[in-house]
Design a protein around this ligand. Structure first.
Ligand SMILES: *Cc1c(COP(=O)(O)O)cnc(C)c1O
Length: 487
């Protein structure tokens, strides 16, 4: 059956007998559609045109009773959704911390969907299990983490934080003679959880889901760049008794700054604490010798959470939890059921290392993305984006109305705009909104130390220096106009 009816309206779907299994024409057309979108990305307006509400109106309504031809459904869906798509995989999207998709990793992601493998057990997909095992070794090696570590492949850094902290909870309570998997937190010794005041919101969500409660987290003050102040961390450690979990950060989501791991971790380990590092994007800074003063000591921790869909430019969703103590990692995540006949011997069942059971084969896009870049390619991508962030800061700061609020050590640039006679918070928000509206590039708003800021994150493999020049020029032109119109 083919979607002869091209008006997108309710072509009745024929019964299953005689239906082609794979709708090859429709799938080929879909690939063409996807390629056209990718080809347009570098030149299109970066922001979306339509709001979620407008898209909901265009695509919504009650679900049709009769099925429709897949080709009609997909054509109408992709046309209806188009104006609500952001150019976030493109080279001038600087919002949040957003990577694009390396061509090889995108292709492997398509295969992961077509192959539709269940990465739950080695027996349900030997290839999915093997790919995860291979990339976990590569990633642990690239990041210079202890080779005995284990890795779990999750949706993002939020779940990576959760997975790592579940292993932490297991281990610190096991050392106190408490089995948290069996008995929960009921009757458990009190765990002291310490984190920086600049900890990412998702770390706090992970702690909340693990039963620690955000209200019980000891918050350590940070300096002007968002780095935990080591003396304050040492004070908190000294005051703690019983099991301790200390959460550090590699790459502040606003400034890109690193907590001083080399200084703090040895003190924490002396106290018997489990040290976790949230390194969603900053952990990749470990690849650059030039960042050694910032990233040294990170490897001394017990667990590390990072993202592949940010700086590694693997398509959503892809996060990685790395744990030094694989027994604790496994004990906190293990899935046991009589109908899950685990593989023999050394087989790696993907579900033993993550909160999920059935899921997609996240190892495939990682494998192909990493291989297409090679070690050198990953290093160069990270290095290039850092240099481009400095270039952006330099170009913008030529304008006297611009203040760069952070030391640009990584890929993050925090920009504040001011204009004589107007409130700088309001002016910064106005300029940010107008930059988004103008469309050459897209950057989001943030608040840093109580001040409104525009946050630029350079995280895309395809961003060129020309993209930085064009974007800086567009931002400065919007700024000039906003200043002249006195807003
Ligand atoms: C982005 C980010 C997270 C959350 O990652 P998700 O991929 O959105 O789950 C956690 N920590 C830091 C420092 C981040 O930048």
């Amino acid at each position: 059956m083919s979607g002869a009816n091209s008006d997108g309206k309710n072509t009745p779907r024929k019964g299953l007998p005689g239906m082609p299994f794979c709708e090859s024409t429709m799938l080929r057309e879909t690939v063409e559609r996807a390629i056209r979108w990718l080809e347009d990305l570098p030149s299109r307006r970066v922001g979306a045109w339509a709001s979620a509400e407008e898209i909901r109106k265009a695509l919504g309504g009650t679900l049709n009773e009769e099925g429709m031809a897949p080709s009609d459904v997909v054509a109408a869906f992709s046309e209806g959704a188009a104006s609500g798509l952001t150019g976030s995989p493109g080279p001038r999207y600087f919002g949040f911390v957003t990577g694009g998709a390396l061509p090889a990793s995108l292709a492997a992601d398509w295969l992961a969907s077509a192959w539709d493998q269940n990465a739950v057990l080695a027996v349900s997909s030997p290839a999915a299990s093997a790919a995860e095992e291979i990339v976990s070794e590569w990633i642990i090696d690239l990041l210079g983490l202890p080779p005995e570590s284990s890795a779990g492949f999750v949706t993002g850094c939020q779940m990576a934080n959760f997975t790592c902290l579940a292993a932490a909870r297991h281990e610190v309570l096991r050392r106190s003679g408490h089995d948290v998997e069996k008995d929960g937190l009921q009757g458990a010794p009190r765990v002291t959880v310490i984190a920086g005041e600049e900890a990412h919101a998702t770390l706090l969500v992970a702690l909340r889901m693990l039963g620690f409660g955000t209200g019980n987290v000891l918050s350590v003050p940070a300096d002007g760049q968002g780095r935990m102040i080591p003396e304050k961390a040492e004070d908190a450690l000294r005051a703690a008794s019983g099991p301790v979990i200390l959460c550090l950060q590699a790459g502040n989501v606003n400034t890109g700054a690193f907590d001083p791991c080399a200084r703090i971790i040895p003190a924490a380990r002396a106290k018997g604490a489990w040290v976790h590092v949230d390194g969603a994007f900053g952990l990749w800074g470990r690849m650059l010798p030039s960042l050694k003063t910032h990233t040294d000591g990170v490897e001394l921790a017990d667990s590390w959470a990072t993202d592949a869909h940010k700086w590694l430019n693997v398509p959503y969703d892809s996060g990685i939890a790395v744990v030094r103590h694989s027994a604790a990692h496994r004990a906190s995540m293990a899935l046991n059921a009589p109908y899950y006949i685990a593989g023999e011997g050394e087989v790696r069942d993907p579900s033993q290392w993550v909160p999920e059971s059935s899921r997609r084969a996240r190892g495939f896009p990682l494998y192909c993305g990493l291989k297409s870049l090679g070690r050198k390619g990953v290093r160069e991508m990270v290095e290039r984006n850092c240099r481009q962030a400095r270039l952006m800061a330099l170009l913008l700061s030529e304008d006297p109305m611009v203040t760069i609020l952070n030391d640009v050590v990584l890929n993050q640039v925090l920009v504040r705009f001011s204009c004589p006679g107007s409130d700088s918070d309001a002016f910064t928000r106005t300029v940010t909104a107008q930059v988004q509206e103008e469309g050459t590039c897209w950057a989001g708003g943030s608040v840093w130390k109580g001040m409104a800021a525009m946050r630029i994150s350079v995280s895309n493999w395809f961003t060129s220096d020309d993209d930085i020049f064009r974007s800086a020029e567009a931002i400065r032109s919007v700024l000039g106009k906003a200043a002249r119109s006195g807003r």
